[in-house]
Design a protein around this ligand. Structure first.
Ligand SMILES: [Zn+2]
Length: 155
């Protein structure tokens, strides 16, 4: 309020001084007044808000720091903070996320493991021993593990 009073005073003073000149027409005074108001208002107004103010919808905050989300034996779900040997199934079942969704959601680097390192080592080891690649294409019936022999003793 004070600001606008002051501004109006300034305008009035300038316009009055201008109007006092003998060679000024009423139109010119009106024009000057309009111009002063426009300019002073623009000057007083705060800088225009940057385009598209930051959206209020933010990415979810991870349940724990990302650099603590992977330990040797467990990976922790950043959505709920629970620890697992591997996250994939949990993400799908609990959060309806694929691993790719999950990485995008938390800006995880591509090389961030979603399987506990010790588990993937064991699995790789096991897969090597068991010739797991052979079974990978067929869906393994639930409850059975790839260890169920197929009667192939050749290897
Ligand atoms: Zn979770």
């Amino acid at each position: 309020m004070t600001t606008s009073d002051t501004r109006d005073d300034v305008i009035a003073t300038i316009v009055a001084a201008y109007a006092a000149r003998p060679d000024v027409t009423p139109d010119q005074i009106v024009e000057l007044l309009a111009k002063l108001k426009r300019e002073l208002r623009a000057e007083a107004a705060p800088a225009p808000a940057p385009e598209a103010a930051a959206p209020t919808e933010e990415k979810p905050r991870p349940a724990l720091p990302i650099d603590e989300a992977v330990t040797r034996d467990k990976v922790y779900c950043l959505c709920c903070g629970k620890g697992f040997k591997m996250l994939k199934r949990h993400l799908g079942a609990e959060h309806g996320l694929t691993e790719a969704d999950y990485r995008r959601l938390f800006d995880l680097p591509e090389d961030m493991p979603l399987v506990a390192p010790s588990y993937s080592e064991k699995k790789a080891d096991y897969a090597k021993k068991a010739g797991f690649g052979k079974y990978a294409r067929e869906a393994v019936p639930s409850g059975r593990t790839a260890g169920a022999a197929q009667g192939e003793s050749a290897c």
